[in-house]
Design a protein around this ligand. Structure first.
Ligand code: SF4
Length: 433
């Protein structure tokens, strides 16, 4: 989501004649787009903002702007500004369409020598109900592209800050989504990822017949050679209609990211996830029966308040049982303002670290074993990047990253057949055939 937002921000700044630089010391303008989902992301961004004090001392005209969902937390912008008074402007996620005006104000103040004017803070939710359809998106990841279909979330998982900082779930008008997809295909994009906090509930607020299954079916029916992916799914909302649509549509990637979060019903209940382990397993079995070759990845959180060693062992058992291709594994970190932050029985940091290391070890072993099943088979890979010199990478139809050697950079953006020769841990290495 933040990569997608950042492309919008870059687009607005490009209309003001700003160009990207990779050398931070040369920048006239530094834009931090923050995330507050975990405290590690917050700490990292605070460190980076701190580093710019020295740059601003050298270049008083340097403009520092901070944006993103961290700014949407009550009082967060003011606190950050007290710590770093050299920031020029703070903008919330719902106010990105005001960037040009707000940046112009900063520049005018600087021209008028109002250098020490306190930063403006523009972090309100008043425009949350509208998608910015006219945003001049500056995409930077061809042949891949991101298309937002919803924003916000109604689920209120007890550990999660998103519904508070991104507001209620709003579905984008299907016509606008499909127009954007069509335009991307006309511009030679090869992979479209439909994005939302919970894409499965797309359309619930539209008061019409639109479902996510219907949307992705139409989005994958244009006459071009391309793939459609999506993220993220909530297990409680992933419908039979969607599974069947994925199964029969060759342009829809056979990869489903389905966060389980925990393997204990008690913990899932405390998290307000609204499904049981049994229901999750049934869903996985159904998906695997209907979509041969599907890869399933997940998110798992350890150390949620009240998680006992027995609860954690249930998570380990589910991981063994389901055999996820891969998992994003996190230590729970309390987010101020969420119910879980105030729950009793918070888990010690030592305990959390011990659990996450056992979980990572187990999942790595499983991912490595699954990767071996790919050896000596051939897959169609969409080449999307160069890693170094003559090493390229791309993804299979079921979302597996494959690395291989090639000589011609024109290969990026093509579909090639790759025979998998070996694996290094979970990563797959092959050669073009
Ligand atoms: S579904 Fe839960 S975890 Fe995902 S964004 Fe919504 S509240 Fe957060």
């Amino acid at each position: 989501m933040n990569i997608s937002d950042s492309e919008t921000i870059a687009g607005y700044l490009a209309t003001m004649n700003y160009e990207r630089t990779n050398i931070v010391e040369e920048a006239d303008f530094i834009f931090f787009h923050t995330c507050c989902v975990r405290d590690s992301a917050e700490n990292k961004i605070i460190g980076r903002i701190g580093e710019t004090i020295r740059l601003k001392e050298k270049n008083k005209d340097l403009i520092i702007v901070v944006s993103g969902c961290m700014m949407q937390q009550p009082g967060a912008a003011e606190l950050l500004l007290n710590k770093f008074p050299h920031i020029d402007l703070m903008i919330g996620t719902s106010n990105l369409n005001s960037i040009q005006y707000l940046v112009e104000q900063v520049i005018i103040n600087k021209l008028n020598n109002l250098k020490y004017q306190k930063a403006q803070i523009k972090c309100f939710n008043e425009s949350n109900s509208n998608f910015d359809e006219d945003a001049p998106i500056l995409r930077s990841s061809w042949p891949n592209s991101w298309v937002s279909i919803t924003k916000g979330c109604n689920n209120f998982c007890t550990y999660c800050i998103v519904p508070y900082v991104r507001g209620p779930e709003i579905s984008r008008h299907p016509e606008n989504i499909l127009n954007e997809v069509h335009n991307l295909l006309k511009n030679n994009y090869k992979e479209i990822t439909l994005l939302g906090q919970n894409v499965n509930s797309y359309g619930n607020d539209l008061k019409s017949e639109w479902t996510f299954a219907k949307l992705i079916e139409i989005a994958s029916n244009f006459e071009y050679n391309y793939r459609v992916r999506f993220m993220t799914s909530h297990p409680k909302d992933l419908s039979q209609e969607l599974i069947e649509t994925i199964a029969i549509n060759k342009r829809i990637s056979k990869h489903i990211h389905l966060p389980i979060q925990a393997g204990s019903d008690k913990v899932l209940n405390l998290m307000n996830r609204k499904y049981s382990v049994e229901k999750y397993i049934k869903l996985i079995n159904n998906i695997r029966n209907l979509i041969p070759g599907v890869s399933i990845t997940t998110d798992i959180m350890v150390g949620f308040p009240g998680e006992t060693e027995e609860d954690f062992l249930e998570t380990m058992n589910i991981v063994k049982q389901v055999q996820f291709h891969n998992a994003y594994m996190f230590i729970y970190s309390p987010r101020k303002g969420t119910p879980a932050a105030k729950m009793p029985n918070q888990i010690s940091s030592l305990e959390k670290k011990d659990r996450i290391s056992r979980l990572i070890k187990l999942q790595n072993k499983i991912s490595c074993e699954i990767s071996k099943e790919y050896l000596n088979s051939t897959y169609e890979v969409l080449v999307d990047n160069i890693i170094s010199d003559d090493i390229y990478c791309g993804r299979t139809d079921n979302g597996r990253l494959v690395k291989f050697k090639a000589q011609d950079s024109n290969i990026i953006g093509s579909f090639v057949n790759i025979k998998i020769k070996y694996n290094k841990g979970s990563s797959l290495w092959g050669e073009i055939i």
